[in-house]
Design a protein around this ligand. Structure first.
Ligand SMILES: [Zn+2]
Length: 140
């Protein structure tokens, strides 16, 4: 018998530095509870698509809530870069790829990158079609 445990899990590193493993936090069932009307545009990249970067418009400040691994509930206000990182990872949980956001202008560095992304998109469609396994690098 299988027992489903329905949790959304995000690994959040508010410094955005992949080498700063000690700063990674595991957030259970993270939610955005409020967003500021003020937005800004900043270039983002994604570990899932290392060769493309793009300008993404997002609220500057967000309210979030989540549980930590010990089950404790947390509520925080995130501003600036940590708010942007949280929203990027939150998009992954909701299966929104940054490069497909309507308010995003992504640019490809060169022709090779364009074809690499094209190839990855085909793979992605095939994977979605052929499998029910949904694993984006930061979500379960
Ligand atoms: Zn990403």
């Amino acid at each position: 018998m299988k027992v489903g445990i329905n949790k959304r899990i995000m690994v959040f590193n508010e410094k955005g530095d992949p080498s700063a493993k000690d700063d990674e936090m595991v957030l259970i069932n993270p939610e955005i509870t409020s967003t500021s009307p003020e937005e800004d545009v900043h270039e983002e990249g994604c570990l899932s698509f290392p060769l493309i970067r793009g300008d993404v418009r997002r609220p500057k400040t967000i309210g979030v809530k989540y549980s930590s691994l010990d089950g404790e509930q947390h509520e925080r206000i995130l501003e600036g870069w940590p708010a942007r990182i949280f929203q990027h990872e939150y998009d992954h949980l909701n299966k929104v790829r940054t490069s497909t956001r309507e308010d995003t202008s992504f640019h490809y560095n060169n022709l090779f990158t364009f074809f690499f992304i094209f190839y990855m998109s085909i793979l992605s469609v095939m994977r979605r079609t052929l499998s029910t396994v949904q694993s984006v690098h930061f979500s379960i």
